[in-house]
Structure formats: C-alpha cells, structure tokens
Ligand binder design. Structure first.
Ligand SMILES: Cc1cc2nc3c(=O)[nH]c(=O)nc-3n(C[C@H](O)[C@H](O)[C@H](O)COP(=O)(O)OP(=O)(O)OC[C@H]3O[C@@H](n4cnc5c(N)ncnc54)[C@H](O)[C@@H]3O)c2cc1C
Ligand code: SF4
Length: 509
C-alpha cells in the first residue's frame, strides 16, 4: 500500500478528528512551520509563537500515541514556501498522495488546490469542527441581498437543541441582546483571570532567529499565557465558567481602563486553532447554566449566541462571499491608518487603551474591536484594506474567515449592509455610557466643534453628512438624520470645518 501524507495546518489542531482514532504505519502526519504562512501579513509575535508551540505540542502528542509524524521546524531549512517543504516531505516519506483537512481560509484553499498536479495528488476532507455548513447557509439565503444572523442562529438552536425546551426557546425569547448592555459599576471588583503558563523560550528564539517580521510584544517567553494545547484550553474555559460566566451577559458590552478582558472568555485562539470543539463549548455552557442558579439566562444565551450564532454565521458568509468580499469598499474610503495604530500613542484614551493592550496581549474584547478601533476607522474614512491588515495581524485569534467578515462587514460596513443592518458607529455619548474611558481622556466628550472636542463627536456627524445618499433610506437611521436636520446651518458648518481639520490631522490626534 502506498504511504499517505496527512497535512495538518497550524489552525487544525483538533485532537478529536477521526484521523487519529487508529494508528497506521502507512500514514504520516506532516506539520510545516514556514515563513510564507507566518508572514503573508505581519502577525503579532504571540500569535506566531502560540501557533508554532501548539503545533509542536500537538505533534508530540500524536507521536506519543504511536502515530508517524514528519515535522518541519522554522529553522530546519532555508525554504520559505509551504509548497517546497511539502515536496521535500513527499520525497522523504516516499509518497505523492496528500490529504488535507478543508482549510478555513480561501487563500490557503486556492494555494493547496494549485499544488494538485500529476506529480502530487491532493485531496480534502472535512475538518470536523464546525456545527453548520456553508451549503446549508446558501440554501437558506438563496437570492437574498443581505444575511440575517438571527434567522441562521434560530435554525441552529432548533437543530442542536441548545437552550431549547422542546420546540420553544428556553425562557421564551430567542435573543436577550438588550440585556447585555450594563456599564461596569465604579468600584466593581473583577474576579481573577486564569492564565495557563507555558515556557515558550525555545520557539520564541526560533522565531527571532528566523527573522520573521512580527508586531506587538511578548514580555516574558517563560510565561506565555495563551493555551497551547487542548487540556490548557479547557482549563481556561472551565475556570471562566466557574468565575466569570455569570456576569458575561450583563457586562458583555462594557469597557474599562482597568482591565483587558472583563467577563470575556478569551477562548477564541483555542477555538480557531480547533483545540476545542465549539459544540462542546456551548454544551458545557448550557450545562453550567442549567445546574447553577447563579448563572443568568442573559449570560447563557448571550454566550451561546456568539459561538452558535455569530461564529458559524461569519464562516458561512465568508465562503459565500469570497473572493469579492476582500475588496468591497462601499464608502470608497481611502485615508491611511494613523501611525498610532501601531504604537498606541494617541491622546484619545479609548484608542490608546485598546491599541496598547492589543499590542501587549494580542487581544481586545469584541466591543473594543467594534466600537473603539473599528468605530474610529469607519468614522475617519480609513481604507478597509489597511483596517483589515491591522486586524489580521494584531490579534492572536485572527484568521481571515472570521477576521475579514467582522472587519469589512460588521465593523466597516464596506459590504454595504450584507452583514450589519446599519453601520456600527458611535460618538462619545455611547463611549461614556458604556465605559470609563472618557473620564480619563484629554478630549472633551461633551462637545463636537471645539478645538479639544472628542474627535469621534465631530466625525460621527460628518460621517452621516458625507454619506447621506447611501444611508438616509436605512430605516434604522431615521432618528439620526432627524436629529442632524434639526441642527442649524451654522452648527453644521462648524462640524464640517472641525471634521476637515480632524481628517487632515489624524496622525496627531
Ligand atoms: C473588527 C472585528 C474583528 C474581529 N476579528 C476577529 C478575529 O480575527 N477572530 C475571531 O475569532 N474573532 C474576531 N472578532 C470577533 C470577536 O471580537 C472575538 O471573537 C472575541 O473578541 C474573542 O474574544 P473572546 O474569546 O474573549 O470572546 P467572548 O466574548 O468570550 O465570546 C466567545 C466566543 O464567541 C465567538 N465570537 C464572539 N463574537 C464573534 C463574532 N462577532 N464573530 C465570530 N465569532 C464571535 C468567538 O469564538 C469567541 O471566542 C472580531 C470582531 C470585530 C468587531
Ligand atoms: S472623549 Fe472621545 S476620544 Fe476621549 S475617550 Fe471619550 S470617546 Fe474616546
């Protein structure tokens, strides 16, 4: 029998995959650390180190179980491309037959498909990770111009039985989003966060020596705090279930200078590398809710909605909309991302805190991504290509299928409303309502036309003014335009002048 190669990509570390149920001398698992994959965009150092460490750990576990493993470390050769390293593996193993799990990224799928030739036979099998499939999504939204997450989410709730009582949603309502909007009280004490500690010194050294271009920092390689295997990932999750889950719902949209994750679970890296299974995550959350009266329904529903709803939804939107989605730019935005997105050095407290923590941890929670940096980028008219590159690089959990749909679609409205029913933009009014950034800021959150007025206030009205022809028929924006129309011509003129100044001085904000 001809030997078979099974290629395992860095985001396919799923120990439950049926591939691993039996061992065979004829099957070799190939892992490739390569420059090409680690540098198609500048990634956060913690993302690169985290993926390589997790790959090495996973490969070792397979060896321990008796599987054959061929591993290419980043310094094993000077070859940069995945293809040439894969050809070397084929030669050494004596096989021309490569099986891959379906890649999550369009770019990777195209790349691998091109390798399929007379000399190398490449085929795909399911990654056995997701709860839904893009084809069922396409069937559901056939002929529709926009996709509604809620419709998809309800269908999956019914199919999986998650938070269902028979045919009815548990508690009588499908979605408790309106109960997820509390500000953190002033003297609120956050429960301790659990960080699994791994010494990644060796991988860190390899990455430095290989000269990979990265962003952000890794303060102490002896104390890496993202899970690098399934056991650690479940430890993080179970600790979160016991200590933070209960208030996830209430404070899902809260923001504070005092912390970097609040009540969020920080499991996205483990989920996206497939160390843990999304359905199992949802089931554990539901079991905890059903067995512990201190867990509120708005926490359970809110959390399950993120995974069963948003995460599955975004994956299908991605596979339904690529490759065109990668270049949509509804507002024709062209401005450059300010330099301070790479340093955090800005006087705008909300941006400074979110960007600094992103550089430091490779993480920001959802509302920071959407309503702080994303909000600024959209209001300031930043080119979505640059916004995408930033989001793809800076977060440890960033993989194109879930990054680009959230960035171009949900956050930048660059798809003209395929995903979001209105642009997610806000002035300091919202920021001050949901967090404590404004009280710590040099700008005045109450005004919009003064020299020290919050730039978001000015840009907010300017955004609606500039894009009126594209937005004023949106029924969700009627109130915004009615408020704007009540402003006198003098005030409107002052807003335009100040907005012009802000647009011209983005780097100095
Ligand atoms: C502009 C922008 C870019 C984003 N880029 C990414 C990205 O590259 N990778 C990524 O995994 N998520 C991305 N998100 C979604 C979300 O912000 C992160 O999943 C979340 O912050 C991860 O932190 P957590 O694990 O603590 O999440 P929690 O708040 O604890 O949520 C639990 C899980 O739900 C899932 N989830 C929550 N919101 C979303 C969403 N909108 N889309 C898909 N899944 C969701 C994630 O798997 C997350 O781990 C982005 C959101 C925005 C607005
Ligand atoms: S005043 Fe404006 S810039 Fe400052 S923190 Fe508030 S919203 Fe951000």
């Amino acid at each position: 029998m001809n030997p078979t190669i099974r290629l395992v990509l860095g985001d396919q570390l799923n120990p439950l995959h049926s591939w691993y149920t039996t061992t065979s001398k004829n099957i070799t698992y190939v892992f490739i650390e390569c420059k090409e994959e680690a540098s198609y965009a500048p990634h956060h150092i913690q993302k690169v180190v985290g993926i390589f460490t997790s790959m090495r750990d996973f490969a070792q576990r397979l060896r321990d179980q008796g599987h054959q493993v061929w591993y290419h470390h980043i310094l094993d050769s000077t070859a940069a491309e995945l293809s040439s390293i894969l050809y070397s593996a084929c030669q050494e193993i004596g096989s021309s037959s490569v099986v891959c799990q379906e890649p999550d990224e369009y770019r990777v799928k195209q790349y691998l498909q091109k390798l399929n030739s007379t000399t190398l036979h490449l085929s795909f099998e399911s990654s056995e990770h997701f709860i839904s499939s893009p084809s069922e999504f396409q069937e559901m939204f056939k002929g529709k111009k926009s996709f509604l997450m809620e419709t998809f989410y309800r269908k999956l709730r019914k199919r999986t039985g998650l938070l269902m009582d028979g045919k009815e949603p548990h508690g009588g309502k499908w979605n408790l989003d309106h109960q997820n909007r509390k500000k953190l009280p002033k003297n609120h004490l956050l429960p301790p966060v659990y960080l699994p500690i791994t010494d990644v010194t060796e991988v860190y050294r390899d990455v430095q020596q290989a000269g990979l271009r990265t962003i952000g920092t890794l303060q102490d390689p002896k104390q890496f705090y993202w899970p690098t295997n399934t056991d650690q990932a479940w430890e993080v999750f179970d600790h979160w279930l016991n200590h933070k889950f209960g208030l996830f719902g209430d404070f899902q949209d809260a923001m504070t200078v005092k912390d970097w994750a609040l009540y969020h679970s920080r499991i996205s890296f483990a989920l996206n590398t497939k160390m843990i299974d999304p359905l199992e995550v949802c089931r554990r959350a539901e079991n905890k809710y059903r067995s512990d009266p201190s867990i509120a329904l708005n926490a359970a529903e809110g959390f399950i909605r993120q995974i069963l709803g948003w995460r599955e939804f975004m994956r299908s939107v991605y596979w339904t909309s690529m490759p065109d989605f990668a270049s949509v730019n509804y507002f024709n935005h062209k401005s450059d991302l300010p330099d301070w997105f790479w340093t955090g050095k800005t006087k705008m407290k909300c941006q400074e805190h979110t960007i600094t923590q992103s550089l430091q941890y490779g993480y920001a929670h959802h509302i920071q991504r959407l309503m702080v940096t994303g909000n600024f980028a959209l209001l300031a008219g930043i080119d979505p290509d640059q916004v995408d590159q930033w989001y793809l690089g800076i977060y440890v959990d960033a993989f194109e299928w879930v990054e680009i749909t959230n960035t171009r679609g949900m956050s930048q409205y660059a798809d003209g409303g395929k995903i979001a029913t209105k642009p997610y933009v806000a002035s300091a009014n919202y920021m001050n309502k949901m967090g404590d950034y404004c009280t710590n800021c040099s700008y005045d959150h109450k005004t919009k036309t003064e020299t020290n007025s919050c730039p978001l206030n000015t840009l907010y009205w300017d955004f609606f003014d500039r894009n009126r022809s594209k937005l004023d028929t949106n029924f969700r924006l009627g109130m915004v335009y009615r408020t704007y129309d009540k402003m006198g011509p003098e005030l409107k003129d002052q807003i335009r002048k100040r907005a012009h100044y802000v647009h011209e001085h983005l780097n100095e904000l």
